[in-house]
Design a protein around this ligand. Structure first.
Ligand SMILES: *[C@@H]1O[C@H](CO)[C@@H](O)[C@H](O)[C@H]1NC(C)=O
Ligand SMILES: *[C@@H]1O[C@H](CO)[C@@H](O)[C@H](O)[C@H]1NC(C)=O
Ligand SMILES: *[C@@H]1O[C@H](CO)[C@@H](O)[C@H](O)[C@H]1NC(C)=O
Length: 149
């Protein structure tokens, strides 16, 4: 019994230690918090189930004053290094809870629902969520692994 408990504890510890977390992007500030439906706390990888919607919730502290914002989501096919967009329409942050305009040093949260289309290939993609301000200023970005299934 003690052995089983110990093994269980070690397994739990292992999975906690090695849970994959969202990671920052190069040359971009980070979001202060990101949640993706169906992978709370563990992004190893997030399931993107065809025919369902994935909900992305993210908070950021703006590094600029900006009249408007643009949201982009892309999938990078890990093996081929191809970057392909998940279409977001409309793509202005104003439609997802970010006010227009935003102010520097203020914190904002938005929520986006993204359909996972049945025609998508069942593959693993490194997913990126990017937020831009006026003149394509970089506000925040995050990357995490997902598996279309
Ligand atoms: C996904 O979201 C769209 C738009 O909000 C909605 O029409 C559709 O019913 C949702 N699909 C599922 C499977 O929840
Ligand atoms: C993500 O979930 C955590 C835990 O439930 C919560 O504290 C945090 O505010 C959430 N972040 C966003 C951006 O919704
Ligand atoms: C922000 O941009 C979107 C898309 O370009 C546009 O539809 C919207 O009216 C703009 N909002 C403001 C407040 O400028």
């Amino acid at each position: 019994m003690l052995k089983v408990t110990l093994v269980f504890c070690l397994a739990t510890l292992w999975s906690l230690t090695f849970a994959i977390l969202p990671r920052p992007c190069r040359d971009f500030p980070s979001f202060t918090s990101v949640n993706v439906s169906d992978c709370e706390g563990d992004f190893s990888p997030c399931p993107f189930v065809k025919g369902s919607n994935v909900t992305l919730t993210a908070s950021f502290i703006s590094n600029i004053d900006s009249q408007n914002t643009t949201i982009a989501v892309f999938g990078k096919i890990t093996t081929l290094k191809i970057r392909t967009p998940f279409p977001i329409s409309p793509n202005s942050g104003c439609f997802y809870g970010i006010p227009c305009p935003i102010k520097k040093n203020e914190e904002y949260t938005f929520q986006l629902t993204m359909p996972i289309r049945r025609l998508y290939p069942a593959i693993r993609v490194d997913t990126g969520l990017e937020l831009f301000g006026d003149n394509n200023a970089r506000i925040a970005c995050v990357q995490f692994p997902a598996r279309i299934q």
